[in-house]
Design a binder for this molecule. Structure first.
Ligand code: DGJ
Length: 470
């Protein structure tokens, strides 16, 4: 005899007064809705929603007044008959045809667009009136002594003790040359520059906190080698400031990380040693300190074909044995990691030397992966701007305390003809809205929030942020 199970849910549901929907009808309606949604997302993508400039206006976002002003750029390539220097004509018989070629051409008539001259420099000690606190991506940025800031491939540490920001980066104030015919443009190592600030706009030079080795040719930091992308974090347990960096020889075959340590954010940092982390080659890298105090090393490896991520020891002076491979086969470098509402995000670049290329945003629930690629985060400018990360390459993403979901995206506009004159491209980055690229495991439905980096010729942080944070 069949017993009636009083706990079993009925297979028909009451949809609205009087009508009854059967279970299969419900299922098929749901499938239909999902298909419609999927079709809609495909159409949107085809018609450029998300791919093209799409202002997702979030009226509650603290940076809203900035986002409203996202700018378009209309840069015209000079006419073919434009006279170019005989030197350039000799070197390159055909005139450059793309904006990227123009960018890389030392004698381009558009040079001033990408590398505006010193007349337009940001001078915090002079511009202390109307122009105060405005960022002008790509312009020369002077420190409080009136010298161009030298902190390329850098990152920022907020120091709770001094309540100051410290910006560390490659001090490249030397001549650019090629070690041999096929070698990339380079500047001899001078060291790691350090600048301090309370407002993220006025930067005081604190000196070169890790200096190159002048005489000992066997030293990792001998001036003929390579020191790139230094990043500093503070270790609460040891009370030390720990710096990780990419160290290499001029041919980029050493492919190692270097570690230095100091008692003070302004150095001097003592260089400890270099190594190939987990036994692998390591080129572009960054470190990320999580909310629980565990820090991680993230580096491009296997000839830049993939990234590796692994936790550091509690003293932050070495890696542990744990390591995961991520973004395998994607050929990404210049990683910049940040976290928002429990999700990890990362911006990376492609691998094209000093030439700019398209940024990608990635997201993961765990820093150890799996990481998913979400697409190009750049919004505004114009198509070429977006395809070249605004002619720059990611280096760091700085969370803005007191403005949840708001970050500063820090990038380098490398100038391969004169690396010391490379520029900084700082832009507002926000997390919110749906991602615009179908992900691997989600049947086309966005799992993550979109990461957006907005182009502005001129922008500033909200005044309220400055007041609260000084
Ligand atoms: C791209 C890297 O991101 C930079 O840090 C630097 O290593 C250049 N390549 C050298 O060509």
């Amino acid at each position: 005899m069949r017993m009636k199970n009083k706990y079993r849910k009925p297979t028909t549901l009451r949809c609205n007064a009087g009508t009854r929907c059967s279970f299969p009808v419900m299922v098929w309606s749901l499938v239909g809705c999902l298909l419609m949604l999927h079709l809609y997302s495909l159409v949107c993508r085809k018609h450029g929603v998300g791919g093209e400039i799409q202002m997702r206006k979030d009226h509650h976002h603290p940076l809203f007044h900035e986002l409203e002003e996202v700018e378009e750029e209309d840069i015209r390539i000079p006419p073919p008959k434009g006279k170019r220097s005989p030197r350039a004509a000799k070197r390159r018989p055909k005139r450059p045809t793309t904006l990227i070629e123009e960018f890389l051409d030392e004698s381009s008539q558009l040079r001033h667009v990408f590398f505006p001259d010193e007349k337009t420099a940001i001078h915090p000690m002079k511009d202390a009136t109307n122009e105060s606190f405005y960022y002008y991506p790509g312009r020369i940025w002077l420190d409080t002594d009136g010298n161009p800031i030298q902190a390329h491939g850098g990152g920022i540490l907020y120091d709770e003790k001094s309540r100051k920001y410290y910006w560390y980066g490659e001090f490249k104030d030397g001549p650019t040359y090629h070690a041999h015919k096929k070698a990339a443009a380079r500047v001899d190592i001078i060291g790691v520059g350090c600048y301090s600030s309370k407002d993220l706009w006025t930067w005081k030079h604190e000196g070169i906190v890790l200096v190159a080795e002048e005489t000992d040719e066997t030293h990792d930091l001998h001036k003929s080698n390579v020191l790139e992308r230094p990043k500093v974090i503070y270790n609460e347990k040891t009370g030390k400031y720990v710096m990780w960096m990419h160290v290499d020889d001029a041919n980029y075959t050493k492919a190692s990380v270097g570690i230095a340590v100091s008692d003070s954010p302004t150095g001097p940092f003592d260089y400890l040693y270099s190594k190939r982390p987990h036994g692998f080659d390591s080129r572009d890298m960054t470190i990320f300190k999580d909310d629980d105090g565990v820090a991680y090393l993230i580096y491009s490896s296997e000839d830049n074909s993939e990234l590796h991520v692994g936790p550091l020891n509690p003293d932050y002076l070495d890696v542990t044995r744990v390591m995961r491979t991520i973004l395998v086969g994607q050929h990404r470098e210049a990683p910049a990691v940040f976290k928002y509402q429990g999700t990890y995000y990362m911006i990376t670049s492609g691998c094209t030397g000093w030439a700019p290329n398209e940024a990608l945003a990635h997201a993961s629930e765990s820093i150890l992966g799996p990481w998913e690629t979400m697409g190009n985060p750049c919004i505004g400018g114009n198509k070429v701007f977006r395809q070249t990360t605004f002619f720059a390459q990611s280096t760091f993403v700085l969370p803005l305390p007191g403005l949840p979901g708001s970050f500063i995206f820090m990038a380098d506009r490398w100038n391969p003809a004169d690396l010391r004159d490379s520029r900084y491209v700082w832009l507002p980055l926000t997390v919110g809205g749906a991602a615009d690229r179908p992900l691997d495991y989600n049947f086309g439905f966005p799992l993550w929030s979109r990461v957006s980096i907005y182009w502005h010729k001129r922008w500033r942080l909200p005044y309220t942020w400055k007041e609260k944070n000084q």
